[in-house]
Design a protein around this ligand. Structure first.
Ligand code: ZN
Length: 424
């Protein structure tokens, strides 16, 4: 949930100091006092990180095109699971957004680590900060505080100059130290030649009773507002990413997010106050209450699938892929190996999820006239899946069997395993 990460610092900045401003000053000054002794000597030192500094450019690797920013070395991707190991984020029943973001983040790091064209870094797991970041928050705390204050001053001037738009969404205030750690992540990224920050979140919509799913669904990507230096580098990446994600997920149908990409001037994650040098985007990977997450039996496969789609979105951008379809370079066996026919909910819901994947790849799911909002990629075999199977069978002239029938299953396996059509 993105609304939690809006900064109390911004509220202070725009003059409505009030309660939030008071909280900010108190929290920050007490943290300052606590940190002063240990950081006085280190605040001017370069952070020591085993993965940094950036490697020399490898001339054999060329990414991008005249349309896209050209990277002459391995893109350095920083994965930032939204919220903190034990704090913040949306909840739905016993489900915590902050745990889902960490799981998806680790999955994404694994996909990137398997590809020698990338260097991937991650800020935390579900239980702890990466030691690099835990150490950075300790040794560089005063420097982060000072850097944020300077950026805020510049940001005020920037806003006055550029007439930055009023954000469309009401943000909740983050606690000041949470906000400062988020600024600290940006500062670290600036200092360590990161090319792209990917902030991972799941959406929520206030107003639904706990345990009752809300009315909206789908994905949305937040990008820096146009007046920020990292806006132009972020936009084409976000467009390639949205194009890929939209092949397998509906676009968020909350009206103010229904454009799929939303520019926002206030999100710390993506460079509020013009703090981020790297491209930075914040992806809301559907809503926390959607069935593929609520069902614990299928959740991990759904999260890994989203991580894989994200990896492919990066590939699309860095290779300047054209005419991308749901089949292009998408091999879902990298997410889940599907070997068992299914025709109802009596078996493993991951097999139903895989069946739905094959139907999505073939263009049968969701079955017309239904949409992705009616038919989530859920792992649940219901009317949507039944109708989609029938559409597939009609298209390929298969009669007299259900989804687990030999001809239907063989066809689905060919689609799922990439043996169906030439890949572009
Ligand atoms: Zn969130």
């Amino acid at each position: 949930m993105r609304r939690f990460i809006f900064s109390a610092l911004i509220i202070a900045m725009i003059g409505g100091a009030g309660w939030y401003g008071a909280m900010l000053l108190q929290t920050t000054s007490s943290l300052n006092l606590a940190a002063t002794a240990s950081t006085a000597a280190s605040s001017t030192q370069t952070t020591t990180v085993s993965e940094a500094p950036a490697p020399a450019p490898d001339p054999s690797l060329t990414f991008g095109s005249p349309q896209a920013p050209v990277f002459t070395q391995k893109p350095r991707i920083l994965i930032i699971p939204g919220h903190e190991p034990d704090y913040g984020g949306a909840q739905f029943g016993s489900l915590n957004e902050r745990d889902m973001t960490a799981e998806l983040g680790v999955d994404l790091q694994q996909f990137l680590d398997q590809d020698p064209n990338y260097q991937a870094f991650i800020t935390r797991s579900d239980t702890a900060w990466n030691p690099t970041f835990a150490n950075y928050f300790t040794t560089d705390w005063n420097a982060i505080v000072a850097w944020e204050a300077a950026a805020r001053k510049n940001g005020t001037m920037l806003a006055a100059l550029k007439d930055s738009p009023t954000p469309a969404i009401q943000h909740n205030a983050a606690e000041a130290d949470v906000a400062l750690r988020l600024y600290g992540v940006t500062k670290w990224a600036d200092e360590n030649n990161i090319d792209l920050m990917i902030h991972i979140h799941f959406n929520d919509y206030p107003g639904h009773p706990d345990g009752v799913p809300g009315e909206y669904s789908g994905v949305v990507i937040y990008t820096p507002a146009a007046q920020y230096d990292n806006s132009s580098s972020t936009q084409p990446i976000a467009q390639a990413m949205l194009r890929r994600l939209a092949l397998y997920n509906p676009i968020d149908d909350l009206p103010i997010e229904s454009t799929g990409i939303v520019q926002d001037p206030e999100l710390i994650a993506i460079g509020a106050n013009n703090t981020a040098k790297p491209a930075s985007m914040l992806i809301e990977y559907n809503y926390i209450y959607e069935p593929q997450f609520v069902n614990s039996a299928v959740r991990s496969v759904a999260l890994k699938d989203l991580a894989y789609q994200t990896y492919l979105g990066l590939q699309d951008f860095y290779t300047n892929a054209q005419n991308v379809s749901a089949l292009t370079n998408y091999f879902p066996a990298n997410v889940y190996r599907w070997t068992t026919p299914v025709s109802d909910n009596s078996g493993d819901p991951n097999d139903v999820y895989a069946l739905q994947t094959a139907l999505i790849m073939d263009g049968d799911f969701p079955p017309a006239p239904l949409t992705g909002y009616d038919c989530p990629h859920s792992g649940f075999f219901g009317t949507c899946t039944q109708n989609a199977v029938q559409a597939l069978q009609a298209k390929y002239g298969i009669t007299g069997e259900d989804a687990s029938g030999p001809h239907t299953f063989a066809l689905l396996q060919k689609i799922y395993n990439g043996e169906m059509t030439p890949r572009s």
